[in-house]
Design a protein around this ligand. Sequence first.
Ligand code: ATP
Length: 246
Amino acid sequence: MPPAGGRNALEVEIRGKTFRGADGEAVRAIETIAFEVAPASFATLIGPSGCGKTTTLRIILGLDEDYEGRLRLPDEGHGRIAAVFQEPRLLPWRTVEENVRLALSDDEAERDLDQLFAVLGLAEMRSRYPSELSLGLARRVALARAFAVRPSLLLLDEPFVSLDEQTATRLRKLLMDVWSARPTTALMVTHNLREAVQLSDRIIFLTERPSRVRGVHDIAKPRAERDTRWREATLSAIAKRYSGVL
Ligand SMILES: Nc1ncnc2c1ncn2[C@@H]1O[C@H](COP(=O)(O)OP(=O)(O)OP(=O)(O)O)[C@@H](O)[C@H]1O
């Protein structure tokens, strides 16, 4: 993994995030979440329900500025940030291709759209409408739209949830194919430790709310060499160190 701290590293330091509930009561969501993601590496945030994972992504995206702490974004914040949510959020009246092109500004004619659609297995789907797509296909289009802008940071919020295992496995592979073709600093939220172990260079474990970083697990093994035996041994080592994560 490249060293952290480079121009395209992500540095997150949230030193407090409190929500006001409907009754006016304060809900302390995050105590301290501080971590780094090295340039062009893939990191995963994992933790119990309600511990502030989505809130962390929203803060990084600039959608929530009411927190204590600081961020250092790749390209000093001048690069593009792309996000893929559980909901693909495609415009229903636009074709697949139009949905992807819409993400690009006028002067940003994407030269390699053919390659992008090919890597994601979408070459035949370009003129379809979102209503004609399964959830798995719609997520692929959301990935194409995210990668089309050549982001300096990619945020993924549970991109494989609610898919059958076969579709999720295929989508994970496609994500790694497209990410290898267009490497960028990436941060994914998931509840699935197997998925995290398969995809990540770094896994950041969070505690229950109000959350803190419980630990950081780095994986140096190349993804192509992560076979079933290695994965099971890694999962059990992690489970021993972080009880309750499996
Ligand atoms: N707008 C809001 N107003 C009040 N409380 C909120 C708001 N958004 C989030 N929270 C609370 O903050 C905490 C963190 O929420 P968040 O959605 O970030 O958790 P999460 O780790 O992503 O959860 P999950 O794994 O279930 O998706 C939760 O207790 C949630 O109820």
